[in-house]
Write a protein that binds this ligand. Structure first.
Ligand code: NAD
Ligand code: TYD
Length: 349
């Protein structure tokens, strides 16, 4: 397949690109990414010489650029690009509406015009809101987003549904739980803990720390997306959960034990406003229709994540330094990877 991946310089998108190029030797990928604060080309440095991969810097909301890119012809689009951090969405929601709603609309409209045959929209379990104790959301559960981030993702998700109903646009929606693993930007809970604890800094635990998340190893999510891309039914939604429901406090204590750091680093801070108490998904449909099952146990995945962050302190330093985006933009320009060249490059099989 010749794929257009959006947001591939971020956490899950970069893991997905690596996953696809390793598992499907004949596939090629063009990665369209705006390089916001969370997009980082260092993450994909080892891909740079792979002739099946090309990077194009751009905004999914830039209609003329998106049209030009799509004119190169793609078999499918896998759409990750988004503003993703709940706390940032509480401080200022504008970029969330801009990218997650309007950007998604722009990309999907352009994809429809271009006659794209498959479009995977990477949505989130957060669109369902907080799961009552003992209940898991199915794909039929109503959407009830509580954070500005979740509301903006629900906007893109519903736009996709409407596109299928109205235009028979071949979209597949996926809703996954909290991912963890290599290359996650250290503002999210697990990498924030690992990077702060490593420096002996306190770990902020929101409220009582008893909020439950279902943690999934990022490569298991990538495998689910790959299955949805190749086997999913158009117009359908697939939940991806891992059945690893742990309270935040338990995750924090477990990681401190793995790091050999004291629990005195835990600092209970004011709770996040509108904080969802629990996320939990029923993924039976993905098991049944896609043959997908997550394979990595939480303790094994956390151990690998701790090791990865310990062994990749340079990457962490790099993303924490304010100059890194400017540096990569400069590198990118110096290499003169023009749009046309990038597309020809990514199009080669
Ligand atoms: P991330 O913040 O690490 O990466 C987002 C990427 O999108 C970055 O590379 C950024 O530069 C790019 N981007 C942002 N705005 C853009 C725009 N307007 N045009 C082009 N590129 C743009 O996020 P992530 O954690 O990798 O999440 C990827 C997707 O998966 C998102 O859609 C998110 O909602 C969804 N998701 C994430 C999780 C999770 O636990 N992280 C769970 C379920 C679903
Ligand atoms: P996060 O990684 O931001 O993901 P999401 O809010 O999308 O689930 O947060 C995971 C959980 O950890 C969530 O319940 C909020 C909590 N949390 C903290 O307790 N302290 C922190 O510093 C952060 C960033 C999150």
């Amino acid at each position: 397949m010749k794929l257009l991946v959006t947001g591939g310089a971020g956490f899950i998108g970069s893991n997905f690109i690596r996953y696809i190029l390793a598992c499907h030797r004949g596939d090629s990928i063009v990665n369209l990414d705006k390089l916001t604060y969370s997009g980082n080309l260092q993450t994909l440095r080892d891909m740079e010489n792979d002739r099946r991969y090309a990077f194009v810097r751009g905004d999914i909301g830039d209609r003329s650029k998106v049209r030009k890119i799509l004119a190169a012809g793609f078999d499918a689009i896998v759409h990750f690009a988004a503003e993703t951090h709940v706390d940032r969405s509480i401080l200022n929601g504008s970029a969330f509406i801009q990218t997650n709603v309007l950007g998604t609309q722009c990309l999907m409209d352009a994809a429809r015009e271009a006659g794209i045959k498959r479009f995977v929209l990477v949505s989130t379990d957060e669109v369902y809101g907080s799961a009552p104790a003992g209940k898991k959301f199915t794909e039929e559960s109503p959407l009830a987003p509580n954070s500005p981030y979740a509301a903006s993702k629900a906007g893109g998700d519903l736009w996709a549904r409407a596109h299928f109903r109205t235009f028979r646009f071949p979209v597949i929606i996926t809703r996954c739980t909290n991912n963890y693993g290599p290359y996650q930007y250290p503002e999210k809970f697990i990498p924030l803990m690992l990077t702060r604890a490593a420096k002996g800094q306190s770990i902020p635990v929101y409220g009582d720390g008893m909020q439950v998340r279902d943690w999934i190893w990022v490569k298991d999510h990538c495998a689910g997306l790959d299955a949805a891309l190749r086997k999913g039914r158009e117009g359908e939604t697939y939940n991806f959960g891992a059945g690893n429901e742990w309270p935040n406090l338990e995750i924090a204590r477990h990681l401190l034990r793995l790091l050999g750091k004291p629990e005195s680093l835990l600092e209970f801070v004011q709770d996040r406003p509108g904080h969802d108490r629990r996320y939990a998904l029923d993924s039976e449909k993905a098991h049944r229709e896609l043959g997908w099952t997550p394979e990595t146990g939480l303790e094994e995945g956390l151990k690998q994540t701790v090791d990865w962050y310990a062994q990749n302190a340079d990457w962490v330093r790099h993303v924490e330094s304010r100059g890194y985006r400017a540096y990569y933009r400069k590198q990118y320009d110096r290499r003169d990877l023009t749009l046309a060249k990038a597309l020809a490059h990514g199009g080669r099989k």
